[in-house]
Design a binder for this molecule. Sequence first.
Ligand SMILES: *Cc1c(COP(=O)(O)O)cnc(C)c1O
Length: 393
Amino acid sequence: MSNKWKRKDHTKCVAAGDAGQLYNGALVTPIFQTTNYVFADSQDLIDLQEGKAGGYLYSRYANPGIEAAEKRLAALENGEQALLLSSGMAATATICMTFLKAGDRLLASGSLYGGTTSLFNDILSRFGVQIDYIPLASFDQLADHLDESTRLLWFETPVNPTLGVLDIAAIANTARERGVLTVCDNTFASPINQKPLDLGVDLVMHSASKYIGGHSDVIGGAVIGCDELISPTWKTRKFLGGCMDPHAAFLVERGLKTLAVRVERHNFAAQKIAEYLDDHPKVRRVFYPGLPDSPGHTIAAKQMSGFGGMVSFEVYGGLAEAIRTIDSLELIANATSLGGVESLASLPALTSQYFQTPEERAASGISDALIRLSAGLEDVDDLCADLDQALNA
Ligand SMILES: *Cc1c(COP(=O)(O)O)cnc(C)c1O
């Protein structure tokens, strides 16, 4: 990466990647809504095929507008290259299909985004990959869980929905000593709050549908890492077909422009809400790494520059009480997903963990009375007032 992109995040969000300047002086990167590209003559095509000249052939392989957004994201994660894909799940599937083969073992953190767990258990397992989970509490003894066949270690932090925190540098060091590739799903933190590549992780994965897009209007995914790991991933994207649409890439680049500003505000709101709920008589427990007495606080303070926009909390009682609370919210919408400008609340027991038994949920520390909140950009006093009236309803 050129020195130019050793700049700070707020600058990278607005300017990294030389986006629009290349195209007739357009300030904003145009949408290259084209499947294919015309060659002046066949020699140009031959030069492109032989890597002697740059250029584009077909938009499933590469597209200038998508590349502009990829460069900006790579700069923000301090990676050499980024790839955008059609969804976070496409990014996950593409990474797995690139680096795993039959006989390999995939070790994953015991608490993961539900879709990731389903992909591993229901699909990847059919291709001869052995899948094992390591409980969050056992990460201190990670080395004991890595064996000869372990090829890839997949984890996310902060953990959905309980916002536990894993020590990224410790995990990356242990795995690297054993030759195990690490992938960190950085969706919850966003590249503004946490840069796993700087802490030694091999690949960062994102659901760009969350903070990166930031407006709940685009589905996308991303993989970021060094050239050596991104080139084979690019090849898998090309043949698996999970490429991003040019218009979606436009929305992603537009989202990136305000990412640092939005995330600062999400962090601020979530911290205030967590403190407010922590003192609320109707709230049993609050999960937020920014609370000084939260179990993940020390590690989070070491590896994150902000504690993120996600807060979870448990109300007294069970599922019925949680449903009553969420149904009483007036400003905060009852919807899944996260990372957008609108504050959202959801019940993991009715969404990501719906198909688990209460015992399975309890094993991952997810009570039926747990409410997950994505703090949006509304005034935080209004958000606290809405929570208060719903809790007292
Ligand atoms: C949403 C999400 C995903 C999946 O991303 P999609 O864009 O919905 O495919 C993966 N990981 C985490 C942590 C998520 O929140």
